[in-house]
Write a protein that binds this ligand. Sequence first.
Ligand code: IMP
Length: 195
Amino acid sequence: MKLVFATNNAHKLSEVRAIAGARFSIISLQELGCFNEIPETGDTLTDNALQKAKYIHDRFHCNCFADDTGLEIEALAGRPGVYSARYAGEHCSSQDNIQKVLHELQDVANRKACFKTVIALILDGKNYFFEGAIEGEIIEDIKGSQGFGYDPIFKPLGYDKTFAEMTEAEKNSISHRALATKKLNDFLQTCHISK
Ligand code: IMP
């Protein structure tokens, strides 16, 4: 059974494939032949995830899902949140985003943060949503070289290393995306996929 994952992010693809297991095969946008930049202009993670999934569904008429993730920092009133990808500006890098967050948290004692993922699935024309979240804190300097995005500054609660210091398997055992993907997986086990 095939499901398209509407992402161009190789890290996300690898994380989700590792969790999904053998029952359904996850097709990348590249494999689908879609090389477009998919717009994400919503005000919430749910809106963005659905927007990305609908973009693919409308054009390719296939079962598909998309995720959207945000890093919510308590001392920044929940920012960058839904604006996590372009927090430091339109064409910014992950490094730029990280530096902006570290700058804004300079001399701030409350470092509490939460990663949230929403997955939107379009299956036989119906929409379904799955959420995952993990609490943690923003450390004062970058640590680690694995993962992507904000991983080098996010230390999950109860761990003494950042996501970027973990192997993919370790991150996948606890991460926001892993939790949402497991819910998607559980749901799919109960479904008959027609296409
Ligand atoms: P999106 O879900 O691809 O729109 O991601 C929004 C922003 O959060 C981007 O800057 C990503 O690099 C970042 N991001 C998404 N997932 C993760 C993650 O698992 N770890 C660290 N950063 C992430």
